[in-house]
Design a binder for this molecule. Structure first.
Ligand code: PHE
Length: 453
């Protein structure tokens, strides 16, 4: 059977931007920015995206389209008889590990969206002051830090993912991205306007956009790089797999620039939603860390605005689109692998790869409820999946990828792919090759090591 392909240029860009723009931009980025001192961090992040992220993205694109297979298959095709396929193996593990906890957050998002629509999220609880931080803490206890509700919504998220992926590359992934991504931008811009027009908003904008270079340390640089990799979907085979569906005349370099630019744009717009809003309501000292930001601080902000439910619904739609278009790309990595490697139908592969998630993501979900006491190497179950994938498997996979493409891949792979076999010109091949050989592996090794010590 012929390998599936994206049906249109805009579709492949929407799908790839959809993969990149996810929870990484919406909750990880503002939290990291707050912790690392604002604009200086933003500048470092931008530098990492363009200097290291873009070359690694082009490496993944070249491998995917050059090998036209899943993320293990490309290594087997391009360098048969070697052990390089193990780099792809790591990426498949990483993808699966990430899915386990990403699906849980996806479930919370569906749950919060429904609770926003019905208004339950803002309904008073007896004994807790209405519209207060305590109320939203109590809501989080109900919706996140409990057993059944989050578990059921995690399962719903898995079922939705199965349904989308069963649709295949064009009718599932591409159609979802084409229809949903514009919605994401509309929602984001609307929220941005609301936030920027709040009283005292300028203070927050100033904090976000005025760099304080004394805040830059090695740790800041390390987290900016980690953020760049995570938010660009690098090191997990997702972009290798998507690029294997790119038509041969797709222009890799311009695609990568559009993806990087859009990812940055979403991060910056999100900063412009969050920082003015939290300063305006005097919540700037609240932790913006992950779950709390999205599921507690923001609902509190919305509760102070007129049309609370409208903004709340809009925000959770935005988060759901971002999360869904990313999780499909993550799960496409193992799905494509089982189809290509074992020749099974897409249908079977989608079902087999998702079944274990009902248990594994279920355990991650329960680690906020009854299983909150269970520890693996000092982490909660959710924290363990998060740590192992993002901080260990991802950088190891990334280094392997750079070394392979920089030194061991067929010599003209990068050049042929960036020039579409000579059909178009490219003057970046040399510099990309240089970064992949000498710069990227060293810097990613620094992240990995500094994460471990
Ligand atoms: N880039 C996605 C995000 O920001 C996460 C992701 C990582 C998706 C790796 C695919 C592969 O949320």
């Amino acid at each position: 059977m012929a390998r599936s392909q994206f049906g249109s240029k805009i579709g492949l860009i929407a799908a790839t931007v959809g993969s990149a723009v996810g929870l990484g931009n919406i909750w990880r980025f503002p939290a990291e920015t707050q912790e690392n001192g604002g604009a200086a961090y933003l500048l470092l992040y931008i530098a990492c995206v363009f200097i290291l992220g873009l070359p690694v993205m082009l490496a993944e694109f070249s491998l995917g389209r050059g090998g036209r297979s899943d993320s293990i298959g490309v290594f087997k095709k391009l360098s048969p008889g070697t052990n390089w396929w193990m780099v792809g193996g790591i990426s498949i593990f990483a993808a699966y590990f990430i899915s386990c906890f990403y699906m849980v957050v996806n479930g919370w998002t569906i749950e919060y969206l429904l609770q926003s629509i019905t208004g339950n999220l803002y309904a008073p609880i007896e004994g807790v002051a209405a519209g207060s931080s305590a109320l939203f803490e109590a809501k989080m206890d109900q919706y996140v830090n409990s057993d059944w509700m989050p578990l059921i919504f995690t399962w719903i998220a898995i079922i939705v993912n199965i349904a989308i992926l069963l649709g295949g590359v064009q009718k599932g992934i591409e159609r979802l991205s084409n229809t949903m991504m514009p919605l994401l931008f509309v929602a984001l811009i609307a929220l941005c306007i609301v936030s920027l027009t709040l009283p005292g908003a300028a203070e927050g904008v100033k904090w976000f956009l005025t760099p304080d270079f004394s805040k830059i340390t090695i740790d800041t640089a390390v987290s900016a790089l980690g953020q760049a990799f995570f938010s660009l979907s690098l090191g997990m085979g997702a972009l290798i797999t998507y690029a294997s569906y790119y038509p041969s005349d797709a222009k890799m370099t311009s695609t990568s620039v559009v993806v990087a630019f859009m990812t940055l744009l979403v991060a910056v717009l999100m900063g412009l939603v969050i920082f003015p809003a939290v300063t305006s309501f005097g919540l700037a000292d609240h932790s913006l860390r992950g779950t709390t930001l999205v599921f507690q601080t923001l609902p509190e902000v919305f509760s102070y605005l007129p049309l609370t439910q409208l903004w709340s619904t809009l925000f959770f739609v935005l988060l759901l689109v971002a999360a869904m278009t990313s999780i499909v790309s993550i799960m496409e990595v193992p799905v494509a692998f089982f189809c290509d490697r074992y020749g099974i139908s897409r249908r079977k592969s989608v079902i087999y790869t998702h079944l274990p998630l009902f248990v594994l993501s279920g355990l991650c979900s329960l680690s906020f409820g009854s299983l909150s006491g269970v520890e693996i190497f000092g982490f909660s179950i959710f924290g363990f999946f998060d740590y192992v994938s993002a901080n260990l498997l991802l950088p190891i996979g990334g280094i392997g990828l750079c070394i392979y493409l920089g030194w061991f891949a067929p010599r003209d792979l990068l050049k042929n792919q960036l020039t579409n076999e000579g059909a178009i010109k490219s003057n970046v091949v040399g510099i990309i090759q240089f970064i992949l050989r000498y710069i990227a592996p060293v810097i990613i090794s620094v992240i990995l090591i500094s994460n471990l010590i």
